[in-house]
Write a protein that binds this ligand. Structure first.
Ligand SMILES: *Cc1c(COP(=O)(O)O)cnc(C)c1O
Length: 438
C-alpha cells in the first residue's frame, strides 16, 4: 500500500464528511440520522484500529446498517418451533400485514363515517371475533392473555377469592407466574386439590360467599403424566359461581391435529362463563388477549376503569380482524405443512449447498408447537443438518437464520420458513460457510 507506513488514524475521514455520502444521506432519510451516525462511528473506530481500509468507512457503515427501521430484525425461523416465544410467537399473515399498513394512518377505528359520530372502538374486529365463536354472548379484546386475566380477576374477584387447582398454578415464562399475577389484582387465591389430582368435590368444598370465580387454567407448556386427574369445566358449572377458563392457546374451534388443545367454543359449550386466550399463539394473530363469554360479564369487564389501560391499539385491531377473516395464517400453514413437501425442499437445499462444498445432510426432525400450546406433541418434519459452528454464523448473518443444535449438529427445519425464502436460506448458508470456515 502506498501510505503503508503512515499512521492510519491520520487518514480516517471525519464523521461529517462520511455522512455527506449521498448513499448515507438516503439511508438517514429512511432510517433516521442516529443509526447511520452510529454505523459511521463504528466503521471509523475499525479504521483507526487498523482493521479497516479508511477508504472503506462509508461502504462499511452502509453495509452494517439495519435493513429496516424499527430496531427489530426479521429472522428466518428454522428452529422447527412454530410459536417461538423468543422470535415473537406467531408470524402475521400477508392479509394481517396489509391490514396493519392500511390502519397505520388515520382510520375510522372510533368514528362512524355514515353519521359522523363516535362509534364503538374496533367494532368491526369485535364483530368478526363474535362471528368466529357464535357460542359467545359477547367478546372483548385487550393487550395480551395476561391482561385478560388481570381484567377478569380485578373486575370479578378483587377483595374476594379465586378458586384454582394446585395443579394449575403455572409459570407462563420468564419467571412470570399466574398466581402472582392474579394476586397482584387484590384477589386472594383459594388453592384446592393436590398437584396431580383435583376433583369437583375439592372445588365444591371451597365455594362460599367470598368466591369471585373458579379458574381453570390449561397447562399449555407442560404435561403431567401418571396418577393424575382434573375436574372438567362441565363438572364445575353447577356450583353457583362463574367458571373462567384460561385456555391459553387461542384456538377458537377444535383442530384435529391438536386433540388435547382446548378451544374457546368447546369451553363455552361446556359451561364456562368466560374464556381467556392469547391472540398470538395458535390463532396466529397479533399479540392480544381475547375475552369471550356471557354478555353481562363481558360488559362488566368492558366498563371497568382498568379496561381503558389494557385497550389495544388500532394496529392490533386491524391485524386481529384480518387474522380472523383472512386466509390461513403462517401458524396454521406451518402446523399443517406436508412432511413430504418439507423433505423435498430440504433435499433440494441440501443438494445445492453440498454442491458448494458444505458438509450437509438431510435428517428427520421433530418439530413442536412451542410455548403457544400442545406441549409434548411432535410434528414429523425434516431438517438440513450442518456442522454446529454454522449456528452462530447463521444467527448473526443478514438476514439472521435461527436453527437448533442437537447432538453436535445444527438442524434447519424449513417448516416455519416460507418456501419463497428457500433461496435466502441457501445464500445465508453459503455466506455462513465462508464465515464459519467452510
Ligand atoms: C400464554 C398463556 C398465558 C399468557 O398469555 P399472554 O398472551 O402471553 O399474556 C396465560 N395463560 C396460559 C394458560 C397461557 O398459555
Amino acid at each position: 500500500m502506498e501510505h503503508g507506513t503512515a499512521d492510519p488514524r491520520r487518514r480516517v475521514p471525519r464523521t461529517d464528511e462520511v455522512l455527506n455520502d449521498p448513499r448515507l444521506i438516503a439511508a438517514a432519510g429512511r432510517l433516521g440520522r442516529a443509526p447511520v451516525k452510529a454505523a459511521v462511528i463504528a466503521a471509523q473506530q475499525l479504521a483507526r484500529a487498523g482493521d479497516l481500509d479508511p477508504a472503506a468507512v462509508a461502504d462499511t457503515a452502509l453495509a452494517t446498517l439495519p435493513a429496516t427501521p424499527g430496531g427489530l430484525l426479521p429472522v428466518l425461523n428454522a428452529t422447527g418451533t412454530v410459536l417461538h416465544t423468543n422470535l415473537g410467537r406467531a408470524a402475521l399473515s400477508a392479509a394481517a400485514i396489509e391490514a396493519v399498513t392500511a390502519a397505520s394512518g388515520h382510520t375510522d377505528v372510533e368514528l362512524d363515517l355514515a353519521t359522523g359520530r363516535r362509534a364503538r372502538r374496533g367494532r368491526a374486529t369485535l364483530t368478526a371475533l363474535a362471528a368466529a365463536v357464535p357460542a359467545a354472548g359477547a367478546v372483548h379484546v385487550v393487550n395480551n392473555g395476561a391482561a385478560a386475566l388481570v381484567l377478569a380477576a380485578t373486575a370479578l374477584a378483587a377483595g374476594r377469592e379465586i378458586i384454582v387447582s394446585r395443579g394449575e398454578m403455572v409459570e407462563i415464562g420468564d419467571g412470570f407466574r399466574l398466581p402472582d399475577l392474579l394476586e397482584s389484582t387484590g384477589a386472594r387465591l383459594r388453592e384446592v386439590g393436590a398437584t396431580n389430582r383435583t376433583s369437583a368435590a375439592d372445588y365444591a368444598a371451597a365455594v362460599g360467599p367470598a368466591t369471585g370465580f373458579i379458574l381453570k387454567v390449561h397447562p399449555s407448556n407442560f404435561v403431567m403424566r401418571g396418577f393424575t386427574s382434573a375436574a372438567g369445566i362441565g363438572e364445575l358449572t353447577g356450583l353457583g359461581v362463574p367458571v373462567v377458563a384460561d385456555i391459553g392457546s387461542g384456538l377458537l374451534a377444535p383442530d384435529p391435529l391438536l386433540p388435547d388443545e382446548p378451544d374457546a367454543a368447546g369451553a363455552l359449550r361446556a359451561g364456562a362463563a368466560l374464556v381467556v386466550a392469547s391472540g398470538d399463539k395458535l390463532l396466529g394473530g397479533p399479540q392480544a388477549g381475547l375475552l369471550l363469554g356471557e354478555a353481562a360479564l363481558i360488559e362488566r369487564l368492558r366498563r371497568h376503569p382498568l379496561a381503558r389501560a389494557l385497550r389495544v391499539g388500532k394496529l392490533t385491531l386491524a391485524a386481529l380482524h384480518a387474522t380472523l377473516e383472512g386466509p390461513a395464517t403462517p401458524t396454521r400453514r406451518a402446523l399443517h405443512a406436508d412432511p413430504d413437501v418439507l423433505r423435498d425442499r430440504t433435499t433440494r437445499l441440501c443438494e445445492r449447498v453440498a454442491a458448494a462444498g458444505v458438509d450437509a445432510t438431510v435428517t428427520p426432525s421433530a418439530a413442536v408447537v412451542g410455548g403457544g400450546g400442545a406441549p409434548g406433541l411432535e410434528l414429523p418434519s425434516w431438517a438440513l443438518s450442518l456442522p454446529e459452528r454454522y449456528a452462530a454464523a447463521l444467527r448473526t448473518g443478514r438476514p439472521p437464520v435461527a436453527g437448533r443444535v442437537e447432538k453436535g449438529r445444527l438442524l434447519l427445519d424449513l417448516r416455519c420458513v416460507p418456501a419463497v425464502a428457500d433461496d435466502t436460506v441457501h445464500a445465508a448458508i453459503l455466506a455462513a460457510s465462508s464465515a464459519a470456515g467452510g
